[in-house]
Write a protein that binds this ligand. Sequence first.
Ligand code: NZQ
Ligand code: ZN
Length: 385
Amino acid sequence: MNNFEYCCPTHVVFGKGTISRLPELIDKNKKVLMIYGGGSIKKNGVYDQVKKALEGYNLIEFGGIEPNPKYETCKKAIDLIKNEGADFLLSVGGGSTLDATKFISLAAKYQGDDAYDAIMVRGETVGDAIALGDVITLPATGSEMNNGGVISRLATDEKLPFHSDLVYPKFSIIDPEVTYSLPTRQTINGIVDTFVHVMEQYCTYDVNSPLQDGWALTILKTLTEEAPRVLANPTDYDTRANIFWCATCGLNYWIAPGVVQDWSTHMIGHELTAFYGIDHGQSLAIVMPRLLKNQKVSKAKKLAKLAREVFGANEPVDLKAADIAIEKIEEFFNSIGMKTRLADYGIDSHEAAQKIKERFMKRNVALGEKGTITADTAYDIIIEC
Ligand code: NZQ
Ligand code: ZN
């Protein structure tokens, strides 16, 4: 096992009726900016619950964060903070709203003109951030318990990730009941995103980490069992709760310490979203099966273990079991209604492969746990998608 450090400072409050706990979590003397998305929280009652809980607070609002949040929108919230002031940010929504809130919390403290270029492109360290917390409404990103975010820029068709320990939420309220209102497409996106987060941390090469591997595989197995249940019965509390906790644990870095990671499916998927606007979960479902095929030999041992422990394969030869794992993963995605081919979304694979290759060549990209997924490899993977 490799050396590691682990510290997650987020206070998690999980369960039914937990939005009412907000006053215990936010200091009454703070001026709170509540940030939300396109309006789902006004339809499902979450907005009213938050307003009620924060009665008597000095509360201002910013709505309109879009899925795959844009720098151009975040900038409007930053201007609002610069004009009206705010010393606590409360994100109420999915991963996009929370990622935008994290970016806004840093960018509002950035002194220069172009916070996107500084934080996302040049990776400049911003030494301060406005404290933030969240009511997370979509199980997918794990953003509620991690220090990352992904922000797009319309002007340049970019979608880039950032990390800063300053943006760990102070608290995250996770009430599975708020997910009853999710459109089926978003429930499916969230399951696939979670599945792929676990894969990106588990499916590399073996460093003798049976505990982390066991946790990872249990998350995957739980997802395969709970996914058909949630589709059949979207208001079953226990199923929604299990899926939410899988999503949070899928990317709160709990399965990551000491193991080798590979975020190449995400990095290629982000480009598909940047160029074609498809959902994050959809992009991953398209890329991962082909990427695993391309990288099968170096990932064979972990894929074989997955085939046996998650999908019950009875195949003693690792390379054959690896093939079974890849097939079963795609079958699982398809079985819950997730389409896994570029053509399903009207995207031409030759065009996509060429565009992404050119971009990766400019960035001199070398992805994967061994740095072997270059621009050319990405081209080979996408052409097969
Ligand atoms: O905007 P509103 O009206 O709120 O509607 C949203 C949005 O249309 C809706 N929604 C959310 N909760 C709902 C709901 N509708 C009904 N009931 C609810 N309870 O769902 C739609 C999608 O929301 P969004 O926040 O975009 O989805 P998600 O949570 O999947 O976030 C995706 C973003 O997170 C990034 C992705 O790249 C993408 O930009 N990621 C962030 C990560 C992180 N911070 O660690 C890691 C991930 O790999 C991922 O890259
Ligand atoms: Zn993801």
